[in-house]
Design a protein around this ligand. Structure first.
Ligand SMILES: *Cc1c(COP(=O)(O)O)cnc(C)c1O
Length: 402
């Protein structure tokens, strides 16, 4: 009676194992202050523009004239217009409000989007990867069986030193490809040229790219693409997922958007119309007060405040990256993304590296092997920690012997 595919999915030990090792260490060393650089969540509070917008929207709800019940499933027009303007037209990209769907998180949309496709479609992901893309397709029965540490119907696009941790188009045809730039967990960012190759590949193969830009606000280099739609023709082959979570600290508040261009068709069907139908059937919208809060991110004051938080995280990222480089560890990420990723020195396993950093420097990071087979022997540090702890971590790293 139950979906048989759930039982095939290996349990995710990563964060529970990290928590357990940290707990054991803390029990033995109760006085030690741990430097938590494993965080995949923001730590700065919501900005005052967002808080005021929330308060105002809450107040409205206490008056019958301003009370809002069900909103449009696609999201309020004021927010879709703001996203179209600030996230797309500002880049010279013509995405219109009716191609934008507001949601309560990219995690759910990245997973739910696959419902638009047949269960027999083939899927590719970069490796290491954000586990949501893999597990959600495994649950839908698309990935075959998990044998010797890998799904036998999933194409793994290995990202390592040889390709600068950037996924390359595969030689075989694949229906759906998940790409994430700036990347979680590697922090690597794809260039216009990289994306151009992917758009050409998808056009030739009639494949669809599912492009995750949850970390786009962290890009510092003006030359790097913030959206796949900066590439000509991408509107015919790509769906894009954006989120307020990391950009504006909405991980607890929940607001995101998905772009399904009108020009995007598969087997002659409009994916925009299909997603509209899907959302109208299964989703009743993101809370009005949250959408008002999200719109406040785009006010002049909102942009300034959000920019300050991102700058704080990016100073952490820069410090981690330069520190690793100074001690002879080549790291990727950290320049245009809040994650720094590196190969563990002395061919250590990622759990050996975890224990070494925890026991000698009291730094908590994330072992790379939790993100897929190619994450083995790699390690992730996050810039979402507080600046004092990050500075302390940097000075301890410099004193370490690897
Ligand atoms: C954090 C994150 C998201 C955002 O998820 P939400 O559900 O919007 O909070 C999306 N993709 C990746 C890769 C992430 O790391």
């Amino acid at each position: 009676m139950i979906n048989p595919h759930y039982a095939k999915i290996p349990p995710s030990y990563l964060f529970s194992e990290v928590a357990q090792r940290v707990r054991a260490f803390a029990e033995k060393n109760p006085q030690t202050h741990l430097l938590r650089l494993g965080i995949g969540d923001v730590t700065r509070p919501l900005t005052s523009s967002v808080i005021s917008a929330l308060q105002q929207a809450v107040e409205e709800q206490s008056h019958a004239e301003e009370f809002r019940g069900y909103g449009p499933e696609q999201g309020y027009e004021f927010l879709r217009e703001a996203i179209a303007e600030k996230e797309y037209r500002a880049l010279g990209v013509n995405i219109t409000a009716d191609e934008i769907f507001v949601s309560d998180g990219s995690k759910s949309d990245c997973a739910n989007i696959a419902e638009l496709f047949d269960t027999s479609v083939t899927v590719a992901v970069s490796d290491p990867v954000y586990p949501v893309y893999v597990d959600s397709n495994a649950m839908a029965g698309r990935l075959g069986d998990f044998v010797d540490g890998a799904w036998n119907r999933l194409t793994y696009l290995v990202c390592d030193e040889s390709n600068g941790y950037t996924p390359q188009p595969p030689s075989e045809r694949v229906d759906l490809v998940y790409l994430c730039s700036p990347n979680n967990p590697t922090g690597a960012v794809m260039t216009h040229q990289d994306l151009q190759k992917w758009v050409e590949w998808a056009t030739e193969n009639k494949s669809i790219i599912l492009f995750d830009v949850a970390y786009r606000a962290f890009i510092q280099d003006p030359e790097l693409p913030r959206s796949i739609y900066e590439i000509l023709g991408a509107e015919k082959v790509a769906i894009e997922f954006g989120s307020f979570s990391k950009t504006a600290g909405f991980t607890g508040l929940r607001a995101s958007w998905t772009v399904v261009p009108k020009a995007l068709e598969a087997d002659g069907a409009s994916l925009n119309a299909m997603w509209m139908r899907r959302q109208a059937t299964k989703f009743n919208g993101t809370a009005y007060i949250v959408q008002k809060a999200a719109a406040a991110v785009y006010t002049e004051e909102g942009m300034r405040e959000t920019g300050e938080n991102i700058a704080l995280y990016m100073r952490n990222a820069q410090l981690l990256r330069t520190t690793l480089n100074e001690i002879g560890i080549t790291a990727v990420g950290g320049e245009n993304s809040p994650y720094v990723w590196f190969k563990c020195p002395q061919n250590r396993s990622s759990w050996e590296m975890f224990d070494l950093l925890l026991n000698t420097a009291h730094i908590v990071g994330t072992p790379g092997e939790g993100f897929g087979p190619a994450g083995k022997g790699h390690f992730r540090l996050s810039a979402f920690g507080n600046p004092e702890d990050t500075k302390l971590a940097a000075s301890r790293l410099k004193e370490m012997e690897f």
